[in-house]
Design a protein. Sequence first.
Length: 397
Amino acid sequence: MPHLTRKLQGFGTSIFAEMTALAARHQAVNLGQGFPDFDGPDFLKRAAIAAIEQGKNQYARSHGMPVLNAAIAQHRARFYGLSFDPETEITVMNGATECIAATMLSLLDEGDEVVTFEPFYDSYPATVAMAGGRLKVVTLRAPEYAVDLAALRAAIGPRTRAILVNTPHNPCGKVFTRAELEGIAALCVEHDLLAVTDEVYEHLVFDGEHVAMATLPGMRDRTVMISSTGKTFSFTGWKIGYVCASPALTRAVRTSHQFLTFCNSTPFQFALAEGLVAGDDYFEGFVREYRARRDRMCEGLASVGFEVLVPQGTYFVCTDIRALGFDDDMAMCRALPEAVGVAAIPNSAFYANKAEGRHLVRWAFCKSDAVLDEGLARLRKNIGKLAGAVGTEVETP
């Protein structure tokens, strides 16, 4: 791309856009991109409609409407025992994607390094590059995806500015243990590093517990805590994310935010303020419903013959495709929509070291039971058709 800045060379069309386009072209069941095919709760839709009808439709305050900032503070205190000042420590942005971008643009100087774990969400390397920084990775290897603290220590250098942690983790569904996070926190304190935590799946934990790194010793004022309402309330198109951080870090992050989107989606801010203070029955039911979807998906993929890596959280499950005789995730996923009628995401797209992920494929189970069942039925019926398309012999169960 001759007109693209050197910082972004190599960051072409995302794998999500490519696979979604293939799904549409071949009328495939899209089990790739991570958005629900159903709406969130009616009480939030009614709240948004009410806000629109009441004339709450002009620019929001740049760092968030007071009612939403207060609800975020209440949510943080309720679930994690963390106290954040709504005015000086909470900033509402256009989804977690902007939160990540604003954080990198505000905190990195040219040549600074961010250490994260691969596989990683695809905006991480792009936003670090936009800031002029460099991403260094430590690999989480299937099936345990355990954190190698020695490798993490070795990745820290004199230009390291921050460690970026995503838990619950997309794409592998790992929930970092308290011991792992304590080890990461100790390295942050020892080397005077910031922690940037992507916690958008905080309420989708099926096994284990979600530990907020900001709750650990020495981490409250060195953590940029990022989350989003899209995953928790199944309104991904509303794009309401937020950053919680110390006043000094907040002032820095707001500097970029004001020149990126300035503000966003006034009526949806009023609506989601009600969501964040919803009763326990909502959050418990939310997890219960998604656990059932996870189990449905895992059992179905196992029946096709995949080796299933059961996720502890999020709404994704990864499979080892070698169990069916495949060893190239990209080739398999590009052939799936036409040959089988289903779309998925190749995990190598989430790795700097592509070979580490080429035997893994990610499937999204944030879909209705009917869609999950149809996708699984197509896989069971048509998986043998991939042999010619991918150039390998498929082993069927």
